[in-house]
Design a protein. Structure first.
Length: 136
């Protein structure tokens, strides 16, 4: 993770398939998908080019509510988001905000410590599954 709080892992799949796999993984884990945004399609609508880029917004009140109970402004970063994008070398990446970075950003304390840890562990697991990364 660079100093910007983002975690990026390389995906073995294209952008759309990576997001499809993420949808399947998070819904299988009981999370809700709130939105899927195809930024490339949006760029095309205004006559601009953009390498494949899709955003998935997902989560569950059980995970995010403790963060907002601790510091309500944490809601600006919730639900969780993951961005699949293709770089200049045609490598596909899946990126998301590090849960610990979010905790630091919002000054979260003991009240949400367990929820932050659960979000961090859950994100690592679902992102690895979507990207086809072996976690053994």
């Amino acid at each position: 993770m660079a100093g910007n709080g983002l975690v990026s892992i390389e995906s073995r799949f294209g952008v759309t398939e990576t997001i499809d796999r993420l949808v399947e993984t998070v819904t299988g884990a009981g999370l809700r998908v709130f939105a899927r945004i195809d930024h490339t399609a949006g760029a095309r609508e205004v006559g601009a080019l953009l390498r494949p880029t899709e955003l998935l917004i997902f989560g569950h009140p059980k995970g995010g509510t403790p963060l907002m109970q601790d510091r309500q402004l944490a809601g600006i970063d919730l639900p969780i988001k993951a961005l699949a994008w293709e770089d200049e070398q045609r490598k596909v990446w899946l990126s998301y905000n590090d849960a610990q970075w979010l905790a630091e950003r919002h000054g979260l304390g003991d009240a949400s410590r367990n929820a932050v840890a659960a979000i961090a562990a859950g994100m690592q697991k679902v992102v690895a599954a979507a990207a086809g990364v072996d976690q053994s």
